[in-house]
Design a protein around this ligand. Structure first.
Ligand SMILES: [Zn+2]
Length: 260
């Protein structure tokens, strides 16, 4: 299994990271993608990938961590990405970036500017994007139509209708499926995930967030990715092995890991 979205730098603040990674590997997770949330986490995610095999990272600015100086940091993000590409570091995407209007639209203009900048950067560096979307799907879809991302990307932690998922898929995006589908009450998202093409799904835990059903209140960890996969298996008509290997192929195609 590949956990395409886990904030191991944040998990490390409350749990022993060596144990977390070891237990995840025992549970069958071979690759971890650690998205950053803002410029202060860029060095932490890079260090994690230096320390542990199978750990990859993404660099970007999360919409909830945007500040007045975010645009200034975009210049340094670009030079870090160029450096990383030269030294064959394991940066596999731009992210996480996106739009989040859950708490209002006060900084909508700034959020949009920073998001657009990151999409341009993704095209310049030929990387996919990891997108965070909350109360902002229509705006994000409109931007992606105007500014297509050549290497595509993933809509992480997706919850929503089949039609919405298909609008992203038609733009070349993958759907990031996480702990939401482990909850029986998440009927709409479960139906969506049972119907969308299997070759457009990738798995994620979003650790330490998005608790899995039965583990509410616990710090989420990549070792629980297998619970997301088993929920998915219940919803899909393909056999278990087909699902597992297709998901691995999808993640490898999208993120183009250097170890194949
Ligand atoms: Zn995240």
């Amino acid at each position: 299994m590949i956990d395409t979205h886990c904030h191991l730098d944040l998990v490390a603040k409350s749990l022993d990271i060596d144990t977390v990674i070891e237990q995840a590997k025992i549970a069958g997770v071979t690759h971890f993608i650690v998205p950053s949330t803002h410029h202060l986490s860029w060095s932490a995610v890079r260090l994690l990938s230096e320390r542990f095999s199978g750990v990859y990272y993404a660099l970007g600015v999360h919409p909830l961590f945007i500040s007045e100086d975010s645009l200034e940091y975009m210049g340094s993000l670009e030079s870090i990405l160029v450096q990383d590409a030269k030294s064959h570091r394991r940066c596999v995407a731009i992210g996480e970036c996106g739009l989040d209007f859950f708490r209002g639209r006060e900084n909508e203009t700034l959020q949009t500017e920073v998001f657009r900048y990151q999409l341009k950067l993704a095209n310049k560096c030929q990387l996919p994007v990891i997108i965070h979307a909350r109360k902002s799907h229509q705006e994000i879809l409109a931007i992606l139509k105007q500014e297509p991302v050549l290497k595509g990307g993933v809509i992480h932690g997706f919850s929503g209708s089949f039609e919405l998922a298909m609008s992203y898929i038609r733009l070349g995006f993958y759907i990031g499926v996480g702990g939401t589908i482990t909850y029986e009450r998440a009927k709409k998202t479960r139906t969506t995930v049972s119907r969308i093409p299997l070759n457009r799904i990738v798995l994620e835990t979003d650790a330490p967030d998005m608790p899995i059903d039965g583990y509410q209140g616990d710090i989420n960890q990549p070792k629980r990715l297998k619970l997301v996969l088993s929920s998915l298996n219940v919803m899909r008509c393909e056999d278990v092995q087909t699902v597992a290997s297709q998901l691995i192929n999808n993640s490898k195609t999208l993120f183009d890991f250097c170890d194949g």
